[in-house]
Design a protein around this ligand. Structure first.
Ligand code: XIL
Length: 311
């Protein structure tokens, strides 16, 4: 039968996964990933704490390993990410605020230049908003105010004019205060001519709790002239999973894929991890797991069959 990647490509979208460097030594995982997915997001390897652990010292080895795996299997790569409050080395947050802009621009320019021509897209700014739609208070807003976002996008565009530039966040999949804020930001950036190509909906869902407005929300963003992508899909289940929760998860996966297929300008769907065995969910959300399409042994779950059927 056809793989997710083949079915997605036939519909003009991609189907991706996240991979970490340690995943690359698990041949069960890599064989499945290469067979099913045509886009890779590095799970951690392009984040600031890995790529520039101290000021001006760069480490691209882990990210390069992911890019090399992807190329070997005809997969594209979404760069993730350049500017984020988390996994940010303490040297950045300890800088005097009048040095933060130069550090951010140098970081973006060096990292984007290193990967120039090799990546499909960059998550330039990750998770900029609080749940109420206000801008998160972090080293970047404290130093530069909201203008850091436009500055980051312009800096990334100058270093690789062909990479698609995204803003990425969670809990913006449905229409709510946070997605309204992202919508207002993208609208303002577009009207100022700031280079912005897309918005990433992380999509870390809870089984049975998908927002009903995903498709409408995708449509309002694409109407602004940007693409949207589902960038980090998983659908966590309260453990132990049972046949009812696995069936609801299958419905949830199909609903996400159907929303993307229904919106021209939704370019693809990426799951966050390959299977339940490598998913970040049990480590991050106590009592939850079983959040992906493949089980602990990388066998397909009902969510996989539902995704195949939807594609
Ligand atoms: C997660 C990784 O999967 C973990 O390994 C790491 O410990 C923390 O970050 N939103 C994002 C991703 O944009 O970068 C996060 O990845 C999950 C939430």
């Amino acid at each position: 039968s056809s793989s997710l990647r083949q079915l997605a490509e036939a519909k003009g979208i991609y189907f991706g996964t996240a991979l970490t460097q340690s995943n690359l030594s698990n041949s069960t995982l890599t064989t499945l990933a290469a067979a099913q997915f045509d886009m890779v997001t590095p799970g951690n390897e392009m984040k600031w704490d890995t790529t520039e652990p101290s000021n001006g010292t760069y480490n691209f080895g882990p990210g390069d390993a992911i890019v090399s795996f992807a190329k070997a299997h005809s997969m594209r790569v979404r760069g993730h990410n350049l500017v984020w409050h988390s996994q940010l080395p303490s040297w950045v947050s300890s800088l005097p605020s009048n040095q933060v802009q130069a550090a951010m621009e140098a970081h973006i320019t060096t990292e984007v230049t290193h990967y120039k021509g090799q990546l499909y897209a960059w998550d330039v700014v990750n998770e900029p908003f609080n749940e109420d739609g206000s801008l998160r208070s972090d080293a970047f807003t404290n130093a530069m105010g909201s203008g850091y976002i436009a500055d980051a996008l312009r800096t990334a565009h100058a270093a690789d004019p062909n990479a698609k530039l995204y803003l990425n966040d969670y809990n913006i999949e449905g229409e709510n205060a946070k997605s309204d804020a992202m919508y207002a930001l993208v609208s303002s950036l577009k009207s100022q001519g700031v280079p912005i190509d897309g918005v990433g909906f992380e999509s870390h869902f809870i089984e049975g709790q998908l927002p009903s407005s995903i498709k409408a929300n995708m449509q309002r963003f694409t109407a602004l002239g940007v693409n949207v992508a589902v960038t980090e899909l998983d659908d966590r289940i309260q453990l132990p999973a049972n046949s009812a929760t696995l069936a609801q998860q299958a419905t949830d996966y199909a609903n996400v894929v159907n929303a993307c297929l229904a919106v021209s300008g939704c370019v693809g769907v990426s799951q966050w991890g390959v299977g339940d065995a490598d998913s970040w969910i049990p480590g991050a959300f106590s009592g939850y797991g079983a959040a992906t399409m493949f089980d602990q042994n990388y066998q397909p779950k009902p969510a996989y069959d539902a995704t195949v059927a939807a594609l």
